[in-house]
Write a protein that binds this ligand. Sequence first.
Ligand code: PLP
Length: 388
Amino acid sequence: MYERAEARIDLGALRHNCANLRARLGPGVELCPVLKADGYGHGAAHCAPVVAASGADRIAVATAREAVRIRALVPDIPLLVLGALAPGEVELAVGTGTDIAVWEPGFIEALADRAAATGLTVGVHLKYDTGMGRLGCSDPEAVIEMARSIAASRSLSLEAVWTHFATADEPDPGFRDIQRDRLRELGSRIRQEHPRVMLHAANSAALIADPETHFDLVRPGVAVYGMDPFGVDPLEHDLVPVLSLHSYVASVKRLEPGMSVGYGRTWKADRPTSIATIPVGYGDGVRRALSNRGEVLISGRRYPVAGTISMDNLAVEIGLDPEVAVGDDVTLIGTQRDGRITAEEVARTLETINYEVTCGISPRVPRQGTGDPGTAEVPTAPVPGETA
Ligand SMILES: *Cc1c(COP(=O)(O)O)cnc(C)c1O
């Protein structure tokens, strides 16, 4: 370890997951991996070039700044901003040449004016809210009207009508089917007027669970990174985790009964034992809620977190005659010999989802590419995480 903490990004696994997802698609269906939030915390600098060289037809992000960042990394690939754009983001997005999500007549008008002023044509993806209840227009007649006004605009081009699932990760397909059928129904009406418009809906869970959700394009995020959209074991769907999180043993010390570890003295030795201190903490995104609950791997064995996780350090109990020495590698997420800690396991301990575990790894942790990037050009030195 040259770094106190490091997220290793297995680029071979990333390529494998892209191929896995692609193989589930029928001919002509576009693969549009989602690289928002710095590639779910994995680092866009590594992920964007590899995904682009692994069969992605487009890349989706959430914000205008993310589109600018991906454009700098991959000059040619079509981009799509999925999220709402604040007034100040519109100019940035238009200038980047990304497609933009729309669902509101006033915004469409302002966007058309902005595009006309720059002499550009902006591709728009008209969002139909079929049940997420968040962004998008839930009135099909209003969606049809907006499609007409976009088609009539000289500075906008109607690329797609799309929706987003609220429950695709749940075992009961009922509501997902309702949402899918709503898009299919409105889509066929819209296509009578605008035959070339694409339809899209599927996130990772829908992509895996129901081929009928694929339509013309799929938008997988979490599965691209080898995490399981259903929160169980990614290997069940032949997804290989891309990120592993590493640190090392900075100090080992003996404790007598009654001695405590960490802020607030929440953990006390009840027998003679030892503690290893690992220089990684909540400032790196190792959540404080793992205090006295999380585990780490050292030499393939699990050791429990002892005491409160602080900003820069955490401690684990390693026992009286520890097989642990200063300098040993520590794995917080990933595999080590026979040991394995998944982001899904950490999420369960934290009562959250795997998405939040990797997104939460802070920019302070350098991302180091490993494995075979294929034909993609990726950084060889570690890259800090990105906040914007
Ligand atoms: C984040 C996002 C996705 C990807 O979802 P996953 O569950 O990570 O596959 C797809 N579509 C939209 C609109 C999103 O915001």
